[in-house]
Structures are given as structure tokens and as C-alpha cells.
Design a protein around this ligand. Sequence first.
Ligand code: PEP
Ligand code: MG
Length: 907
Amino acid sequence: MSKYVYTFGGGKADADASQKNLLGGKGANLAEMNKIGLPVPAGFTLSTEVCIHYNDNDGGYPEGLEEQVLAGLKNTEEVMGAKFGDKENPLLLSCRSGARESMPGMMDTVLNIGLNDDTVAALIKQSGNEHFAWDSYRRFIQMYGDVVLGLKPESKNDPDHFEDILDKARESTGVEHEKDLTVDQLKQIVAEFKAVIKKHAGVEFPTDPMQQLWGCIGAVFGSWMNDRAIVYRRQYGIPHTWGTATNVQAMVFGNLGNDCATGVGLTRNCSDGTPGFCGDYLINAQGEDVVAGTRTPKRVEETFEQDDPAAYAELVEIGKKLENHYKDVQDIEFTVQKGKVWMLQTRNAKRTGFAAVRIAVDLVNEGLIDPKTALQKRRIPADDLNQLLQPIFDPAAKEAAQKDNRLLAKGINAGPGAASGQIVFHASDAEAQWNEDNDKQLILVRRETSPEDLRGMKVAKGILTAFGGASSHAALVSRQMGKTCVCGCDQLNINYEAGTVTVGDTVLKEGDWISVDGFTGEVFNGQIDTSASEVMEVLLGNLNAEDAPTYARYEQLMKWADEYRTLNVRANAEADDAEAAVALGAEGVGLCRTEHMFFDHLDEIREMIFSTKPEDRAKALAKLLPFQREDFTHLFKTLGDRPVTIRLLDPPLHEFLSKHHMHDDPTLGPKLAKEFGVSEEAVLRRVEELEETNPMLGHRGCRLGIVFPEITAMQSRAIFEAACGLKKEGINCYPEVMVPLAGFKTEFENQAKVIRETAAKVFEEQGVEVEYMVGTMIEIPRAALTADEIAEDAEFFSFGTNDLTQTALGMSRDDYKGFIGYYQENDIVPADPFQTVDQTGVGKLMKIGVEGGRSTRKDLKIGICGEHGGDPKSVFFCHEIGLNYVSCSPRRIPIARLAAAQAALDS
Ligand code: PEP
Ligand code: MG
């Protein structure tokens, strides 16, 4: 017969901490604590397999479970010296959930199981405390009614029969808390609670302890599938198939008098990582009182030593023993019953990014772990480094905003950080306001952003858009600039003409304050205080490293990460953000989107667009050449001897001139007509010619350079003239010229020819040569499938997973917002495919691309430069399939460095 029940108690256990999958975290650790000699009330754990069986079989249990539960119960009775249901010496039990990963508060718990009219009398005799016994009884009936019989109110509007009765009782005697009710009142409440159960659940409150126990076990297993738990699992990527274990354990009481207490504690502070035991406790209380918020708990580190010096000393010792044993900060639950300390739970504590870094580094310095262990992803999820790199909201100020109901809406958390500022709707206004006052805090609020908005985005503290997903223009530019961004916030109704943004009943005007949380996607009405990132202040030279303890630990951690990773990490950066990229550890530029450099020179680009003859186009392009050369020179200089991948012009030309631009600026049409000596109708005609029904699949990428080779020639010339110029100054640089959106080998060859011919010409003119490579983005499926052919000519590959996802999934990166939330909520996709590589589909194309490319060119250098390059899960995948580097927006570089180390250490 399979084993479903695992017992623990009296220093023995038939499981240990390694069996989390089967016993859940709580069960496995209760067993482990027994084994290392800590005081744990005896009990037994029903495994997660029982939960899976229960939920798959309509509440049925596997064969043999009943006998095993009875055996577990017998062992508990023997160790605790009491008997379940006994009228003289009753054992009371608790029944708690416990999954493989902790899901705090999501599932159910029942305490004081085994109480009925007989056992309550025995409990009075035994404890000599009538109040305690009746209070325990009423708590049990209430929990049983709520959890097992489903009377717990689901929303604010549902009646809470039990609490109503308690309220009335409190009111009638004018006391604040039920601990101050009289014994007679408690007896009366017990009777009324039983009547509530009969009336509202339609059954008698069960007096048989075994029936009570099975009811509770079923309720705990059933709570795995409650809505809260399902939503939580979805958010944290916990599979529904894991199931929870159920822990049945002897009750110990923290509410037997003033020599009793109960509490929760941490072996170190998990907000900032400061060493030292801390937590919350209450004298003369049961565990639920501490977490329920009905009484304000006291701080362990402040007053527990005075209240109970012996228990405090023992807890501190236990804390040390646990940290030494688990090699990590622990989150514990304890009860002191008549001076004796009991441990009810221990688990690795959840912590903020700040605390994670500090604790990992401190534990190495204390000799508890080595650097490899410190880097584990369960200790520091790479994404959590964000918290050290971005401004954050002052936690108290954010909490106050939540309490004041100032949360307005929620969108996609596209650019991490916290920003508070005055609303501005137009980029040009943002720029003008900022020029007047450089300290002005602005939030650019747009339906969506376009390249035209770039300058406004630069001066804004944060960006908020109503449309667009995780790889929309707003999202990727914000990330690259390191700006806080919330996009796709479709509850926003923006009226540019009226200068208002409406959310429900709230109407905000230009100049009103708004706050956006780019970590969570939350948007708040009004101002919330923020503080700057200490790490960034040091990296950007605004603060001394000696005055920055957080920076020192960050730096140490990054050193360790760099030692172990094998993937290189580059930045998606242009001139402006390249310095930050280098400061953050970029080992090169993996993607310089040259079109971003064009947006400062729209007049020249538009002149090119209006040119009908190649020679006119060349003339217009000649005006752009010096600007591009200067930009590249600056970029090469900043990167020094690191490689720089420059991608040739990619977006369709209507991104530089469209009806949208004409609409936003009514003077544009007449201005262009005058400038180019054509009629306004001719301007409009050209704008219409450029329009595309499906722009992402239209005349863009290398298709532009093929039809207009002058563009490729100008850009190549700018690159090589910049490189040669620097070489003459004694500065080496390594340009890698990248062709966008090639799908046919012939497309690549066509562009490579122009690039190489231009290089040869420039080298001859300049009298110097530089090393360079010509390669291609792999961003449409055909390129991945024919990578072996393309690699015959291409010297490197870079996966453009934004477009590769878009084209492989046939899912527009700008229009998927409308359904992706629904898809995720309904488990149709496991994650947003534009944030995390869809490994089974897009990932398969990537593997084919890598294998194909390297079958032709063994040492082909391959990277990724889509937004996924900074996503830890995708970084793991890139490591696994053998890429040479990932490239991501500058602020994600540390995250990618850490994720790359974790991937290397994991494999
Ligand atoms: C990509 O498609 O992944 C990419 C990096 O190019 P862009 O986002 O500029 O289209
Ligand atoms: Mg692309």
C-alpha cells in the first residue's frame, strides 16, 4: 500500500526537509525540526498526493488512508500523553495546509479540533481556566462553520453571522475584544454559533471528533482549488498539479494565561536584511490573533525580552540553530505555553530585493554559505535586483495612498521604478515645461507613444499609456531609458482636446499629480514620495561608494555573478544611454537601433522621404551622414574596446511621417509643402502612399535598404568613417553591422554587399582599416529555418525575439494587449510571450537557428536582442541553447548578469 501519512513528534519523524514535494514546505520542515531536536508538538502530514487524488476524485480519498490517519493519530496521542475525544484528558488538534511553495494565507486552517460539550468540560478541569476553554470552543465552531461548512463571507457585502454575534456581545458589555467577554457570554455565543450553523449550513454542528477531523482535512485539501489560491498560483507560476499537504498537529496554547504567548518571527529583518531576531507577538493569545489584525501585536525585538526573558533567550537560540541548519534566514511561528516554547513552523523567509542581497552577502561573510550558494535564484530572484536600481515609492506613503483609495487603475508593469509627477499629455509640452524648470516632475500620459514623443519621454519621470503591450514603443523605449513606465492601462480615457484623463468617476487635468508604479503596474491619484536608488547614484558618480553600504553589497554580489556566468551581457543602447549601460556592466552593445538617432533629425529624414529620385535621396541622406557619424563616434568612444552592434534602419518610413503626425501638428502639412516646393495635396498623397494596413509586415527592415540602397550606404559610411576616425586617434572599436528582418539569404547578401563595398571605399579614402563584421537579426521564422544558408554569408546572428514572437505566433506586439490578460488568467498561455520566450514555439525556432547557423559556421557568434534578453527565465533558456550573449536595456544588465550566473550554476 502506498504511504500517504508521515508522522512526527518526540524527536522522531519519518520524513525530512528534502521531501517538500510530497509533504509541502510546512510538513517537511516540521519533520526536520523534530530531527534536529527542536520542540515541536507531535502530529502527522497527509501528503500532496492525497490532495491530487481528492481534487481529481470529487473529494474521494485513496485506499488505505483512513488506517494511516488512525495510526498517525495514535502516535500523536502517545507522544503528547492525551487522547483525541477523551472526556478526561482530551487531545486537541490543528489542521493546516502546506504546499511545496508557501502560499501565505491562501488556503485554510482549523484550530482546536476535538472540542465538544464533553471535551470542553474536560479542558476546563485540565486547564483550570474556564474562559480559555469556552473561548477555544467558540473559535473552533466559528472556524469549522467558516472553513468546513462554507459560511465564510466571500465579499464585503456577504453577512458574517459569527462576527455579527461577537460584535453584539462586545457592544452589550462595552468591551473592545472578545478576550474581555465574560464566561457566560462565551457560553451564550457557543450556543448561538451552533444555531447559526444549523440555520445557515443546514446541519448540526458535529460533536464526533473524528467526523470533525475528516471535515477539516477535506476542507484543507479542497482549499487548494479556491479562487484565491488559483489566482495566487497563476501570479507566481506555481502549477495547479502540485497540490497541498495537510498537517494535523497537537494543539499547544498561547492563550492559557499571562505566562503564555504566541508569535511569528524572522531570524533577520526581511525588509532591509539587518541581522537580529525580530517579529510580532501577543501575550495570552492564539496564533490567529497575531495575524488577524484584531489586536495590535508587540514587537519581539522591543519588548519580548522583558515580558519573558527565558522564552526570548530560547527563541534567539532556536533562531540561530535554524539559520545554521538551513543556511538561510527563517520565518517561524512559535507558541509559549506556560513558559515552554513550541515551534509550529519554519521556512525560508520571503524577502525584498534589498534584504535578499544583504542577507546573501552577509551569510557568506559569516561563513554560513559560499558565494555559489549566495547566488541561488531562490535566494535572489534576478528580477528583484530591480529594487536596488530604480527609484522606489516610500513604502509608508504608498500604503497611505492605498488606504485612501487613491489607486486609480492597473496596467502592464513595463518599466520598473516609481514615479510621481504632474500630468502632461504632449511630448512637446513636456519638453517646454522641463526647459523652463529642470526640476519639474512630469508624467507623460498618452494613448500610446510614437518616435515623435522621444524628447518628451526623456524629460518625464514616468510614462503612462492606455494602449500597447510589453514590447510596445512606450515599453521598450522606457526600459532602454531606464524610465518608469506603465502601459496598456485600458481603464484610462484620454481626451487630448479637453486635456483630461478620466478613470471611472475621477477626472484629472493636465498639471494634476499622478503616481505610477512600474513594478506593479499600479496608477495612483496624487503624489507619492519616492527615493532614488543608492546603487544607481554611485554608478552614475553622484555618490561616494564609501557612503553606500547597499552599493558595496551589490558590487560584491555582481563580482561573484561575473565569476560564474558564461553568457556575455550587452546593452540595447544608443548614444545617450550607453554610459549608463557601461556603468551597469555592459560588455558591448548588442543592439543600437539607428532609427532612434534619426528622431532628432526629422526634417532631413522627411526630405529623404519626399525625394523621388535616387540622387535627391542621396542629397538628403548626405545631410544626415554627419549626424550619424557623430553619434557613432560618441557610441564607439563610450564603449571603448567592447563590440558595438549597429542595426541598419528598421521601421517603415511612415513612422517618420504619417497622418498621426499631421493630425497632431496641423502646421506640418503647409510647412512640408513649402519646404519641398510641392502642393499640400502632394504632401498628403505621399503620406497616404506610405500608409500600410499591416505595418509590421510591410516595407521595413532590410526591405527598405534593398529598395533604397542609398540608405544602407549612408549608414555604413557613417559607421566606418567614425571607426576610421577613431582609429587614427589611436582608439580601437569593433563595429558589427547588422541587417534587420532578413528572411532570404539573398536579402542578406544584397545588403552585406553594400556594407562591405562601402567599408572598402571608406578604408581606401581614409587610409586605415578597422576590423568589423556583418551579420543579421534572426527575427522572422524563415530566417531561423534557413539559418544554415544565411550563415554562409552572415558572420553573426542576433535573435530579434520581439519580431520573431510576433511573426511565429502571428500575434501583433502592438495589439495583443486586448486578450493576453484573459489568456494568462485562463491558462491558455503560461506567460506573456513578449516578456518571456515561448520556449516550445519561438524557442524551437531559436534552437533550429542556432543549430543551422553553427552547422555552417562552427563558431558563429549568436546573441539575442529582443526584450526577452533581460528576462531571467529567457536568459536561462539562452544559456541552455548555447548563445554567446544576451542584450537588454541598460537597467536590466545587472539582472541579466545575475540570471546568467544562476543559469550557469544550475546547469
Ligand atoms: C526584435 O524584433 O526583437 C528587435 C530587437 O527589434 P525591434 O524591437 O526594434 O523590432
Ligand atoms: Mg525587430
